[in-house]
Design a protein around this ligand. Structure first.
Ligand code: CDV
Length: 346
């Protein structure tokens, strides 16, 4: 039984503040078409792919802010974005797309959806849970802001793993299972979605891994020079970028290994408005923590690989066989306490 699938991260370079959404979508379609030439089955696009990373700006006009959001309940019907869904149908490629969502009730979420070409519908939605940054801009006018706490509400959909149909040919289906038959690792691929800052939180990965996730996917917008946000010591812009890239790789490789899953990360990168740099480094990582494919530059670029989900079994059945080795009786604080409290002074 083969559990090989061909997957890609579609890295997207600079998208300026005044970029026209339909033009940006054309770039995504070009990446999708390139994916088709490699017989890719799943393409992951970045966080908030459709616009510049607007949470770095302070908007005083609600009308202007709302131009960066998708409105309505169904992204696949958004006039600017619909051509991407139609192309995916034509090419038979699943995709994950990040975008800013304004619900009909007016709530703003940092969202992504999984579109299944074989089902011809969105089969899963995730809303970013860990919102970094501040509500108010930094006092220093030179600082790069991260106003996600101002513009978005923490996601309300949890970390819900799901199976994607049509990616592996001989997946065991519920209806065909005989009594007592073992099905672990034989069904349709189990996926989980995160968005950017979520990748730095092991709780997110572990919650998915506890549902058997074999492939975690996420897009990101990570500034190369965010000293105000990180509180980092002074360093050159080049050193700051390298440090940001190092941490991005570190969390992806370590968490893929510790949760025995593949992962795909897709960067929005490059120099927005000739001023705001975002790191690249889109990659595909194995359950043993190795990078199997990685972006070379900071522009539009397809990063792809054929991965065998069967390779997750080693970690899931040996080192990280949760059922045999986890000790939940010792982990109470993880859910009882949010912030750290130092132990008593001596
Ligand atoms: N978009 C993000 O969530 N960015 C955060 C930092 C740069 C604020 C990140 O964790 O990469």
């Amino acid at each position: 039984m083969s559990r090989k699938i061909r997957v890609a991260a579609a890295q997207v370079g600079a998208v300026h503040k005044d970029a026209i959404k339909s033009e940006t979508v054309k770039r995504l379609i070009t990446l999708l078409q390139e994916a088709a030439t490699h017989r890719i089955q799943l393409v992951v696009f970045p966080e908030a792919t459709l616009t510049t990373f607007f949470p770095r700006h302070l908007f005083t006009s609600q009308e202007e802010l709302d131009t960066y959001f998708e409105h309505g309940a169904d992204i696949s019907q958004s006039p600017d974005v619909k051509p991407l869904f139609l192309e995916a149908d034509k090419l038979g490629i699943d995709f994950v797309l990040g975008y800013a969502e304004r619900t009909p009730e007016g709530t703003g979420y940092n969202t992504c959806v999984y579109y299944s070409a074989s089902s011809k519908q969105v089969i899963s939605k995730y809303r970013k849970i860990h919102l970094p940054g501040t509500v108010e801009p930094f006092a220093d006018p030179e600082a790069v802001n991260q106003l996600e706490k101002r513009y978005f509400t923490p996601g309300d959909l949890g970390f819900k793993a799901f199976r994607a149909p049509g990616l592996v040919s001989d997946a065991v289906k519920k209806a065909d299972v005989k009594e007592g038959e073992a099905t672990v690792g034989k069904g349709d691929p189990i996926l989980g979605m995160m968005i950017c800052n979520d990748r730095r939180w092991p709780e997110a990965w572990r919650t998915y891994a506890l549902q058997g996730a074999e492939l975690l996917v996420f897009g990101y917008n990570t500034g190369g020079n965010m000293a105000h946000l990180w509180g980092s010591k002074p360093m050159s812009p080049e050193a700051a970028q390298q440090e940001a890239l190092f941490h991005s790789r570190l969390v992806q490789q370590a968490n893929s290994y510790m949760n025995a899953c593949f992962s795909i990360s897709a960067a929005r990168c490059g120099l927005d408005d000739g001023k705001y740099d975002l790191i690249g480094g889109s990659s595909i990582c194995s359950p043993e923590g190795h990078v199997v494919a990685e972006a070379k530059g900071t522009g539009d670029e397809l990063v792809w690989a054929e991965v065998d989900l069967g390779e997750c079994r080693q970690g899931k059945e040996k080192t990280f066989d949760f059922g045999r080795h986890r000790r939940v009786e010792a982990y109470g604080l993880i859910v009882e306490r949010t912030g750290a409290e130092e132990v008593e002074l001596l």
